[in-house]
Design a protein around this ligand. Sequence first.
Ligand SMILES: Nc1ncnc2c1ncn2[C@@H]1O[C@H](COP(=O)(O)OP(=O)(O)OP(=O)(O)O)[C@@H](O)[C@H]1O
Length: 703
Amino acid sequence: MRPGDTAVSGPVGRGGLRAEGIRFLLDRRRALAGLVGWSVLESGQTFLLGYALARALDDGFLAGRAGTGLWWLGVAGLGVLAGAYGTGRVYGAVAALVEPLRDRLVTRVVRTGVREADGGALSRLTQQVEIARDSFAGLVMVSRSFVFTCVGALAGLASLAPPLLLVVAPPLAAGVGLFFVTLRPLARRQERFLAADEALAQDLGVVCPGLRDVTAAGAEDRIARDTGALVEAESQAARVLARWGVARVVCLALGGRLPLVLLLAGGPWLLDHGVSPGALVGALAYVTQSLVPALTALVHGLGTSGSRLTVVLRRLTDSGAGPGPRSRADERAVCGPRPPSPHRAGGAPRAGASKADAPKAEAARAAVSWVPPLAGASGSVPSALTLSSLTFAYGAAAAPVVDGLTLDLPAGAHLAVVGPSGIGKSTLTALVAGLLEPVRGEIRICGRPVPGADAAARRVLIPQEAYVFTGTLGENLTHLREDAVPEDELLAAADAVGLLPLLDRLGGPAAPVEPAALSAGERQLIALTRAYLSSAPLALLDEATSHLDPAAEARAEGAFAARTGGTLVVVAHRISSAGRADRVLVMDGPRTTLGTHQKVLRDCGLYRDLVGGWEAVGETSRAGAAGDGSQPALPLGDPDGVDAVAGAGLAGDRRHVVAHGPVGQVQVPRDLGDGGPLGGEGQHAELASGQRHLGGLQEPEAE
Ligand SMILES: Nc1ncnc2c1ncn2[C@@H]1O[C@H](COP(=O)(O)OP(=O)(O)OP(=O)(O)O)[C@@H](O)[C@H]1O
C-alpha cells in the first residue's frame, strides 16, 4: 500500500471528503499526467475534424482541386485513428486513477467488516465500493472528454475564423456556467430523492414479507398510512428533482443548440464578413460532432455520477462505514441516512424474538384495540355485523362470487358459513375483514363501515395458516393487545381455547416458542388464543381449526362463541361446526340460505346434501346417537333446535358428512356407520376422496 493509501478513519464531512479527494489526486500525479497527455492526442482529433473539413472545402473541392480536398479528408481520417489510439490509452490512464481508489475503499470496508464480524455488511459495502469505482471512472471520463473536446474545438474555431469563436463561445460558456451553478442544488435534490427511495425500499423490505401477518393482525390501515407517507415523500422528492432537472435542459439548449442556431441564422452575415464557406461548415461540424455530444455527456454524466459518487463515498467514509442499505438501495447506490421505521416507532422488538422475526412481528402488530359498540340515535346497540346487498366479483367481467347478500348478526351471534369448495366462503370473510372491497353494497361492523378508519380494530381474522413467531409464548399470545395482559386472564384464555396442555408442556407464558418445532394444530391453538385475547369484538375463523381434532375444534369454537360480547363467524371446516352455530349461512353460488340449522336443513337442498340428506335424517340421527356414546350426534331431524347439537363431534359427524346427489357429483353411500355393511377400510378411502368435493366440509380424520 502506498503512503497515501492509508485508510481514513472516523467520520468524514463534505470538506474532509473534498480535501481527501484532492490529496488522492495529488498522490497520483503521474497517472494524471498520462491522462492529460493521451487526452491531448484525443483533442488533436477534435481540432482536425473541423479544420481539415474547412481546408478540404476551401482549398480543395470549392477551388476545383479535388486532390487537395481528398488529402485534407485523409488528414482528418488519420486524426480519427490517432484519436482512437489516444482514447484507448486514456482508459488505461483512468484505470490507473480508479483502481487505487477502489483498493483503498475495499481495504477500508474489509477492515470494518472484519472488525464488526458482519459478513452481510461487508458484502453490501464492497458492492458500494464497486459503485463508487464505476461512478468515479464515469466522472473522470466525461469531465476529461468535455475539457479536451472544448479545447480542440475552440482552438479549431479560432484558427478557422475568430468571428466563429465569438458566435459559439459565449452561449457555450453560458450553458456550462449555468450547469455548474445548478450542479450543487441539483445534486442535493438528487440525494434527497435517493434517500427517500432508500427509506421506501427498506420499509417495503420489512412490510412485504410480512403482508400475510399484517392482514392477519388487522394492521393494514396503519401499514398503509405509514408506507403511504414514505411513498408520498419519495413522490414529492421526485417532483422537486424533476423541476430542477429542467435546468439541465436549459443548459443543453443554451450551450449546445444556441451556437448551432446562431451559426445557421448568422451564416449569411458571417460569409459577408470574411468567413469562408469551408470555415462555416467546419464550425458546424465542431458544434454538432464535438461540442454538443461532449456537453450532453457532461450534463448527464456529472449530474448523475457526481451525486452518486458523493453519496456513496460519504456512506463509505462516514461513521466507520456502517452497513448501509440493503436490497434495492444497494443496487442503486442509494445511500442516505436510514430514517427510523415508522413501524418501529415506540416499539422495540420483543425480548426473545429472533432478529429475523422481529420486523415481521412488528409489522404484524396491529393496533387492535377495543372499540365499544356504538349506540344508535335511538340509543339501541347496533348489530355486530350487517351486510347490505353485498356484491363482489373478482373482475369487471367476472360473475359475482357474492351477489346481493344481506345479513344482520346481533352481538354475541355465532354464524357458520358453509358451501361447496370455491363457492366464496373465504371471499366473504375477506370482504368482512376489509381485505376486499365490495363492488356494491355495504358492510358494517358494530355500526361502522368497512373498510373504514378503524375497521381493523373491530374484527380479528384467523386464517387457516396460523402465524406464530419466534419469541416467548406470552409474546405470541398477547401480540394483538396494546395493554398488558394479566397472567390469570392469559391462562383463562388458554384454558378456554384448549391451549393449556401445550402451555404447560412448553413451560408457561415465559417459555420460548420455536414455530418450526410446533405442529400445525399447535400453531392454530396459539393463533386462536391470541385472537381470543384480542379486543376485537368480531372473530372471523376461516378454517382456522382445520388442523385440530374434532373435540379440540369444538372446544375452541365454543370458547369463541362464549366470549363476552364476542360475535363469531366460522367458515366451517367440518359440518359439525354448522351444528354448533346458532345460524347457518349456506352459500350456493349467487343463492344463499340463512337460518338456524333446523330451518336451513328444511329449506336448503344443498345443506341437506352436505349433512347427509334430508331423507336419511332420522336414520343417521339415530345412528349418530348410537355412535361412541361420548358426544351427541348432529340432530339432523330434531326439530327442537340447535341447542341439542352443541358439542356434536366425531361419531355423529362421520355418519352425516356423506354426500349424495349434486355436490361435486360425489356418489358416496349414505350410511357409513361403524360396523355397518359399508364400514370397511375401502369405504373409508372412498369417503376420503369424496370429502375433497364437499366444499371444505371435511369428514374428521380417519381414525
Ligand atoms: N384472487 C382471486 N382472483 C380471482 N378469483 C378468485 C380469487 N380468489 C378466489 N377466487 C375465486 O373466487 C371463488 C371463491 O373462492 P373462495 O376462496 O372464496 O372459495 P371458498 O368457498 O372459500 O373455497 P374453499 O372452501 O375451497 O376454501 C372461486 O371460484 C375462486 O376461484
